[in-house]
Design a protein around this ligand. Sequence first.
Ligand SMILES: C[S@@+](CC[C@H](N)C(=O)[O-])C[C@H]1O[C@@H](n2cnc3c(N)ncnc32)[C@H](O)[C@@H]1O
Length: 270
Amino acid sequence: MELPDWVPATMDVSKPSSARMYDYYLGGTHNFEVDREAAERAIAVMPFTIHGARGNRDFLRRAVRHLVESGVTQLLDLGSGIPTVGNVHEVAQRVNPLTRTVYVDIDPVAVAHSTAILRSNPLATVIHADMRDTEAVLAHPDVRRLIDFSEPVGVIMAAVLHFVPESSDPDSIIARYREAVPDGSQLVLSHMSLTGQPAEMLERFQAVYANTTNPVVFRSRERIAELFEGFELVEPGLVSLQAWRPDADQDSRVNPTHTPGFAGVGRKKS
Ligand SMILES: C[S@@+](CC[C@H](N)C(=O)[O-])C[C@H]1O[C@@H](n2cnc3c(N)ncnc32)[C@H](O)[C@@H]1O
């Protein structure tokens, strides 16, 4: 198979990846046949998958605007994904051009494409890392170069923790990032949850992702709330993706059958 020139030479393209499936849901072009087939299977099981992916991305943009408007101008975006329209650093730099952003992703396509678009931006970079390896991320020279850990940091975990199983101890991972940042820092978190959906849908959706590089884990709203330990939720709290500070022109009516995730922003407690 002839591969496009944005594919890193060493990459295994035989397995679908969550990053490239998400790119497909968002209408992007950095995905392969294997990703598109898996994504279509996911959409067949859960028809509001695309709605959820776009709703998540819209939440992320609103949350980033909130961070920068509240004075947080250093962003650590963990599980940042393949660049798309309205990337975190672009949204942030529109509010404050001096905002610094470090993207972190485990997917080689996400990293290669991010590297290419960030080449001429001295205030944003990407590193290839597993966000669960907190010490490697926090000690990375590019993270240390762009982020001053004596000033507030926006730690972003958007649609990534549902790829972190309980066996990886997500609470300890979040606690380590919380300890590394000073008071005034904030956590942006969104997470898939099919609370209220038929168990069969959950199982079939999980079965699609079981064959990808990132099996998915659903958590209840209560369990997602626990992940904010040590952070105080800002208004409106932990709510469905579309209900977090909707833009004036956004349709904020929340259909409970179309609520595949919860989102919130928390301020580090002193
Ligand atoms: C659904 S996408 C979300 C992208 C972006 N954060 C957003 O909300 O639009 C999930 C991303 O997390 C990445 N990812 C999954 N597990 C990861 C891990 N352990 N460390 C770093 N990145 C991870 C995937 O490669 C993918 O790019």
